[in-house]
Design a protein around this ligand. Structure first.
Ligand code: GNR
Ligand code: NI
Length: 169
């Protein structure tokens, strides 16, 4: 089932998510819904908080479904390594219509469970590293807008408030 994606301002997006204690059939269903919702959007990643569920789960596929082997599910993910620096443009399905250039480490290694509850360790560089960090931020209640400063941030927040007042957000 495709689920609606919450937008900047929704409480669930601005709070840390809780670890998953046990991979029940409900969790498996949630992961399936996240994958469907990510592909439908379309996006290269989706965190559970974006569909209103405060649990530490994200899905990612930087091939947008073109390469089935690129689909990644992480449950209770943690960084094990982070290094380098990349400066690239970033967007978010929960902040539609906006993007900004953001500095992020260029390489990360993430450890966590896959959809079957097995431990996995995955290295990401370039776009995958950026995606992993963006999704890990979601699990802490942080959106890319929160990482901006000064004018860049004020402009986006002001435009969102205006859209919100007009009922267009
Ligand atoms: O689809 C998405 N594209 C994207 C581009 C640059 C950096 C991060 C991302 S993630 C985003 C989907 C999303 O909002 N995931 O939480
Ligand atoms: Ni996002």
């Amino acid at each position: 089932m495709i689920r609606p994606i919450s937008r900047y301002g929704a409480e669930v997006l601005h709070q840390p998510a809780r670890p998953v204690s046990d991979i029940t059939p409900e969790i498996t269903q949630l992961v399936d819904d996240m994958i469907q919702t990510m592909y439908a959007a379309p996006g290269i990643g989706l965190a559970a908080t974006q569909i209103g569920v405060p649990l530490r789960i994200f899905v990612a596929d930087i091939s947008l479904g073109r390469n089935p082997a690129d689909l990644i599910t992480f449950i209770n993910p943690e960084f094990v390594e982070r290094d380098g620096m990349q400066l690239e443009e970033e967007g978010c399905l929960s902040v539609p219509g906006f993007n900004a250039t953001l500095a992020r480490p260029s390489r990360v290694v993430v450890k966590g469970l896959n959809r079957h509850g097995e431990e996995q360790v995955i290295e990401g560089t370039g776009l995958l590293a950026r995606c992993f960090q963006h999704e890990m931020d979601h699990l802490e209640g942080t959106l890319f807008v929160d990482r901006l400063r000064g004018l860049q941030k004020d402009l986006i927040v002001r435009k969102i408030k205006k859209l919100s007042r007009a009922g267009k957000w």
